[in-house]
Write a protein that binds this ligand. Structure first.
Ligand code: FES
Length: 647
C-alpha cells in the first residue's frame, strides 16, 4: 500500500498567514510561499543570521540546529526558541513568530532629493480629436482618417503607427463615437489610441538599485509626483551585491531570466500598488524612465552581464528605448521605457542621472558628487569636464555585514550621541519605537562619537581599557553597547563590534581614496571644491558634520556640503517630464571621463591613508583636528602612524 504523504500546516505570526508544505521544506521557503516578509540577506546560505524566527509551537517537529546555525545565534536566543529560518526544515505542524528585527518592513523613501523647477515638456502628448464619420463619399480607411485628422488639427505629420495599435482602430473609433484620444511619443509615433476623451496621462520614474527598487508615479501634465513606493529588490536573495548577482547569472541556464523576472515582478508590484492607491489605470502610464547601476540595467533587459565583471568591464548597451510589452511591464503595452545611458561597467545610469540632477556639468564651480551605495560613484568637475570613478565601498553603510545593521526602516536607530564623561548613549529611532538595529546614518554618528569621546582611536580600535560596562570583551572580539536589551525591541544588546568598525572603515576608505584619486587627477585641492553633494543610501538623514569627522569626504566647509538624498531619482523624474533634461543626460554620458581606480598607481597609498579616521594626514583635516583636540583627542601627524592622547 502506498503511504499518503500529508502536508504540514505552518502558521506565521503576527500576520496569521498560513501555508501547507511537505516535510523537509525550510521555514524560509515556507515563509516565501506564504507571502510572509522575512529578512534573508544571504539568500538562505546560513551566513547573515537575518532570518531569525521563534518557534512558538512545534519546536520538536523541526530539524536540529547545525553548528553553522548555532554560531549565528546567541545562547539566550536558543533558549527562547529562536531558529534561523533558512537552516531549519519542517517535520510537522508549526506556529512561528517573526520577530520585529526579521520583518522586511517597508523602506522609508527618499523623495526630496534635488528637484529644480523645470518646465514640463514630456515626450508623450495626448491629442483628443474628432474624426469625420465615414460615408460613401468619404471612404478613407480608419487609419488614414486618424492620421489625416491629427495632421489637419494638430499639424502632426508623418506619424507612424504600429500594427498592434491599428488592428484595434475600427472598434476604438466606433466605441468613442468618432472621437478618440491619440497618445503620441515625441511627435513621431502613435503609441496608443483610446475611445473618446481620456485626459489621464502618467509616467513612472524608476530607480532599480541593488538593494531596493523605488518608483514614483508622475502626472505628465503638471510634473507632480502623485505617489511613491519602494520595495526591497526581490533579487536580493541571490546576493546582496552586484558581483554576486553577476556570478549567479553565469551558472546554469535560466538564471539570468530568473533575475530578470524578479526585477519585472518587483516593478509590476510597484505599479500595481501605486495605481491602486492613486486611482490611476496602469494603461494610462505611457512612459517610464529607469536609472540603475549597469548590472541592474543589463539584467532588467535580460542582457548577459558577465563582461561587466571582466576587465575592461565593457557594457553591452547604453541608453535604450524599449516597449513595455517586450519586458512584460504592466503599464500601457506600447509605452516607452527609457533606460539611462551608462558610463562604464561600474558607473551606470543612476550616476548619470545624479550628475544631471546636480547640474554640475553646467556650472563654472568645481563640484564633487558622492553617490553612496553598495558601489559608490564619485564625480568631480564642472562645465569644462567631469571625471568619475566607482568605489567598491560595499553595503556596510546600508547596514549589511554589520551585526545589528538594518536599513532605514521603522525601528532603526537613526542618530546617536555619546556622553564624553559617562559614555551613556542617547539615540533617536525611526518611528519612535523600541530599536531593533542600526541604520547607515547611526553608524556614521557612532564612528564620529566614538572617535570624539575616545571610545575608539584613529585606527578604528575600540578602547577596551575604558571604564564603562558598555565596552564588552568577548572571545569573539570587543564591542560597544549602543542599546541594552531591556530598552530595545530584541532580546539582545544592540552593539557595534570591532568587526563592524573594520567593515565601515574599509567602506569609508574605499570612498575617501576614490575622492583623493580624482582630486589628484584634476589637480584640485579641498579649497577648490565649491560644492560637495552627498547623495544615495542615507537619504537626508546623514549628519554631514559627523561624516566629515570620520573623513568620509575631503574637508570642505560645511556650508558647501549639500545632502541631496536620492539624486538619481531626481534625474529620472526630470528626464521623464522634460525632453531637454533627457538630452542633458545623454550629453553627460558622452562628456564624463571614467577613471578606473585599480589601474591608478597611487590608489593603494591613497587607500591605506584613508583607512584612518579622519585621514592619515591630519593637516588635511584642520577643522576636524581642532575640534577633536578640544574634546581631548590629539591627532599626531607623521604620514601614516597616528597616536591618540588625552584619554
Ligand atoms: S542566515 Fe538565513 S537567510 Fe541568511
Amino acid at each position: 500500500m502506498v503511504k499518503e504523504i500529508l502536508p504540514h500546516r505552518v502558521v506565521f505570526l503576527p500576520e496569521g498567514k498560513s501555508v501547507e508544505v511537505l516535510s523537509g521544506t525550510t521555514i524560509l521557503d515556507a515563509a516565501l510561499k506564504a507571502g510572509v516578509n522575512l529578512g534573508s540577506v544571504c539568500g538562505g546560505k546560513v551566513r547573515c543570521g537575518k532570518c531569525r524566527v521563534i518557534i512558538r509551537d512545534g519546536a520538536e517537529r523541526v530539524s536540529k540546529p547545525s553548528n553553522e546555525e548555532l554560531n549565528l545565534l546567541a545562547e539566550d536566543e536558543i533558549e527562547a526558541g529562536y531558529r534561523l529560518a533558512c537552516a531549519t526544515t519542517i517535520g510537522g505542524d508549526l506556529e512561528i513568530m517573526i520577530p520585529p528585527e526579521s520583518r522586511g518592513e517597508e523602506q522609508r523613501l527618499q523623495v526630496e532629493g534635488l528637484d529644480y523647477s523645470i518646465s514640463v515638456n514630456p515626450f508623450v502628448t495626448k491629442y483628443v480629436v474628432g474624426l469625420p464619420v465615414a460615408t460613401f463619399e468619404d471612404g478613407r480607411t480608419d487609419k488614414k482618417r486618424l492620421l489625416d485628422a491629427l495632421e489637419d488639427v494638430f499639424g502632426l505629420k508623418n506619424l507612424s503607427i504600429d500594427y498592434s495599435i491599428f488592428k484595434d482602430l475600427p472598434k476604438t473609433i466606433r466605441k468613442g463615437n468618432w472621437t478618440v484620444t491619440a497618445v503620441v511619443w515625441n511627435k513621431e509615433k502613435i503609441i496608443s489610441v483610446e475611445p473618446g476623451a481620456n485626459p489621464q496621462m502618467c509616467g513612472l520614474a524608476l530607480d532599480i538599485g541593488t538593494t531596493k527598487i523605488a518608483g514614483y508615479l508622475i502626472d505628465l501634465y503638471s510634473g507632480r509626483v502623485l505617489g511613491a513606493r519602494a520595495i526591497p529588490n526581490p533579487q536580493i536573495k541571490y546576493g546582496s551585491d552586484v558581483i554576486t548577482r553577476i556570478t549567479y547569472t553565469m551558472g546554469e541556464q535560466g538564471r539570468l531570466e530568473r533575475l530578470q523576472q524578479l526585477a519585472v515582478d518587483g516593478i509590476n508590484q510597484i505599479i500595481e500598488e501605486l495605481c491602486e492607491e492613486i486611482g490611476v489605470r496602469p494603461d494610462n502610464i505611457y512612459e517610464m524612465t529607469v536609472v540603475g547601476n549597469t548590472a541592474m540595467h543589463h539584467i532588467l533587459l535580460g542582457v548577459c552581464p558577465k563582461y561587466l565583471a571582466w576587465s575592461p568591464y565593457t557594457p553591452a548597451l547604453g541608453s535604450e528605448n524599449i516597449k513595455a510589452s517586450e519586458l512584460k511591464i504592466k503599464m500601457n503595452k506600447d509605452a516607452n521605457i527609457y533606460l539611462f545611458p551608462v558610463i562604464g561597467g561600474f558607473v551606470g545610469g543612476d550616476h548619470v542621472a545624479a550628475i544631471a540632477a546636480t547640474r554640475m556639468g553646467d556650472s563654472d564651480e568645481v563640484a564633487m558628487l558622492l553617490d553612496i551605495g553598495t558601489n559608490t560613484e564619485i564625480a568631480l568637475g564642472n562645465k569644462e569636464g567631469i571625471i568619475s570613478c566607482s568605489c567598491a565601498s560595499g553595503p556596510a553603510f546600508e547596514g549589511f555585514h554589520i551585526k545589528y545593521g538594518i536599513q532605514a526602516v521603522r525601528g532603526a536607530i537613526e542618530h546617536v550621541k555619546i556622553d564624553p564623561v559617562t559614555f551613556e548613549v542617547k539615540y533617536s529611532v525611526i518611528g519612535n519605537v523600541r530599536p531593533v538595529g542600526l541604520c547607515g546614518s547611526a553608524l556614521i554618528d557612532l564612528l564620529a562619537e566614538m572617535l570624539r569621546t575616545g571610545v575608539m582611536d584613529v585606527s578604528g580600535n575600540l578602547n577596551t581599557g575604558l571604564n564603562t560596562p558598555r565596552i564588552r570583551k568577548r572571545k569573539s572580539g570587543a564591542s560597544f553597547v549602543v542599546s541594552w536589551k531591556d530598552e530595545n525591541g530584541i532580546p539582545r544588546n544592540i552593539t557595534i563590534t570591532q568587526q563592524d568598525i573594520r567593515e565601515l572603515q574599509l567602506a569609508k576608505a574605499a570612498i575617501r581614496s576614490g575622492a583623493e584619486i580624482l582630486m589628484d587627477r584634476l589637480g584640485v585641492c579641498e579649497d577648490d571644491i565649491e560644492r560637495l553633494y552627498i547623495a544615495g543610501a542615507f537619504g537626508s538623514s546623514i549628519d554631514p558634520k559627523n561624516a566629515r569627522i570620520i573623513g568620509l569626504y575631503p574637508e570642505v566647509p560645511l556650508k558647501r556640503v549639500k545632502i541631496i538624498g536620492n539624486a538619481a531619482v531626481s534625474g529620472a523624474k526630470m528626464a521623464l517630464i522634460s525632453k531637454e533634461e533627457r538630452k542633458r543626460a545623454e550629453e553627460i554620458a558622452e562628456k564624463v571621463t571614467y577613471v578606473e581606480l585599480s589601474t591608478q598607481p597611487e590608489f593603494m597609498t591613497a587607500y591605506l591613508r584613508s583607512n584612518y579616521f579622519p585621514y592619515a594626514d591630519p593637516t588635511r583635516y584642520p577643522k576636524v583636528s581642532t575640534m577633536l583636540e578640544r574634546c581631548g583627542v590629539k591627532l599626531i601627524g607623521d604620514g601614516v602612524q597616528r597616536r591618540l592622547i588625552g584619554r
